[in-house]
Write a protein that binds this ligand. Structure first.
Ligand SMILES: C[S@@+](CC[C@H](N)C(=O)[O-])C[C@H]1O[C@@H](n2cnc3c(N)ncnc32)[C@H](O)[C@@H]1O
Ligand code: SF4
Length: 453
């Protein structure tokens, strides 16, 4: 172990805290049922026509269950539940389109596994979105795809529907790790999927990798990175396995005694990150890597990178409309989330109502803290005084944060020049701990989160 890694793992152990992933602020555990479908309808009606917006469509189905999975999804067999759900999404799109007229700049299909809809389902819904909303000329359509159930025919259909970016789940190429997580996906299968996508003109390729899974070692993670790099993805996401068996019971199927501890997780994360950088990728925030000419790397350089429920994004639209069970949306007034219960979702949509179950209206104080947290998560750097000034506040508003910042600075995790904070490379894996200092809800909540590293 190098002394640098030793220092970092000491810090990881010391700050072995559980903190949110900050894909929103306030974070989802603070959403409440006070934001219901009536509130959401009202917020949609108030959206000025032409407001740039992105769309997120959630497909809560998979062909089989990966035992590490933390996503909102379930295994389905047969075509009927998928066709029924496609119909419900179509009805929800119509309900929302009646209430607002935004200009769509991006569409993201997430899950679960959007390719479970098949190319016909995805093409039909994409056509409906185009009829229902006005689309910007260069609106980017992206989808998360599972290579194990992808076919060449599907890829041709997705390309015809306008898909331009695909995010492929990989995790690890080691056969023993794959067996332990119930996800058998030989390298050749992923390589074949990438080949089909590129040949069909779907040029933006992201690969999802993970560390912290059972049986993973520094060597296996680095070997996976090397294999992944041969496919020349534009972006790589390197997620730390979030072990939350109290929320996701199936995670108990994983051999818990084979899970790496916090120091080993950090070694794996750092070794994988160093290797990705050696392969020419630019390190983005907590867990993303992009080719230096990729828009995400450019976004990092010019300070326009954003963070939303899908993680890091180049999408700068102020509005995100979510469709499907559990989908989250962002409006100027606050966040809204659909019910995650598929039956309740169906009943609500069939009754001609929006399926909103919870959300939160944001206050100017929330917006101020959100901006600070987002800049830290994206840039690892923030000028607190400059942001506070835009909200008519003095930075002394955050005086109670100073002791925490100085403790992290003493451990080499950040530097502070007045109210300008820069997270160091040693602090990068713990950036969520820095953000947590600005989280006014954290102490009040009872939510349990995954490990900070
Ligand atoms: C919706 S899935 C990707 C698409 C598709 N379902 C698949 O797996 O191929 C999104 C990604 O979330 C990540 N993920 C899932 N469960 C996770 C967990 N418990 N902790 C961290 N990352 C997780 C995986 O990297 C996965 O590829
Ligand atoms: S990782 Fe992807 S394929 Fe596996 S269960 Fe989760 S959503 Fe489904």
């Amino acid at each position: 172990m190098t002394s640098e890694v030793l220092e970092k793992s000491t810090a990881a152990a010391k700050y072995e805290s559980r903190v949110p992933r900050y894909t929103s602020y306030p974070t989802a555990p603070h959403f409440t049922p006070s934001v219901d479908d009536a509130v959401y309808s009202d917020w949609l009606r108030r959206l000025p026509a032409g407001t740039p917006a992105s769309l997120y469509l959630h497909v809560p189905f998979c062909a089989s269950l990966c035992w590490y999975c933390g996503c909102h999804t379930a295994v389905v067999h047969g075509q009927k539940p998928i066709d029924d759900y496609t119909e419900l999404l179509a009805r929800e799109i119509a309900l929302v389109a009646e209430l607002c007229a935004p200009e769509i700049v991006a569409v993201h299909w997430g899950g679960g596994t959007p390719n479970m809809l098949g190319s016909d389902g995805l093409a039909r819904l994409t056509a409906l979105l185009r009829q229902s909303f006005s689309f910007g000329d260069d609106a980017e359509i992206a989808a998360e795809l599972d290579p194990r159930i992808l076919t060449e025919e599907q890829v041709a259909g997705f390309a015809a529907a306008g898909l331009r970016r695909a995010s492929l789940g990989v995790q690890d190429f080691n056969p023993e790790v794959q067996a332990a997580i119930n996800r058998i996906q030989p390298f050749e299968m992923t390589a074949r999927a990438v080949g089909w996508l590129r040949s069909a003109g779907i040029g933006g390729i992201n690969l999802d990798l993970m560390y912290g899974l059972p049986l993973q070692t520094v060597e296996s993670v680095v070997a996976t990175v090397d294999q992944a790099a041969t496919l020349r993805p534009d972006r790589v996401a390197l997620f730390g396995y979030a072990h939350v068996p109290w929320m996701k019971k199936h995670q108990r199927l994983l051999p818990e005694d084979k899970l790496p501890g916090p120091a080993e997780r950090l070694r794996q994360a750092e070794a994988a990150a160093e290797r990705l950088v050696a392969h020419g990728y630019v390190r983005i925030g907590l867990d993303h890597f992009a080719h230096r000419d990729d828009p995400m790397a450019l976004g990092l350089r010019d300070g326009t990178l954003r963070r939303n429920f899908q993680g890091y994004t180049t999408d700068t639209a102020p509005v995100l409309l979510g469709f499907g069970a559990s989908a989250i949306g962002t409006l100027p007034q606050g966040y809204v989330q659909n019910t995650g219960d598929n039956t309740t979702y169906r009943k609500r949509i069939e009754a001609g109502r929006l399926a909103t179950a919870r959300g939160i209206a944001v206050t100017p104080e929330d917006l101020l803290r959100r901006e600070i947290i987002e800049r830290l998560m994206c840039d690892l750097h923030v000028d607190v005084a400059a942001i506070a000034a835009r909200y008519g506040r003095s930075p002394s508003h955050f005086a109670d944060v100073l002791p925490g910042l100085d403790a992290l600075a003493a451990d080499g995790l950040l530097t502070r020049d007045g109210w300008t904070i820069t997270v160091t490379e040693a602090g990068r894996p713990l950036v969520r701990v820095v953000c947590a200092l600005f989280d006014a809800y954290l102490q009040r909540g009872t939510a349990r989160h995954s490990l900070a590293v």
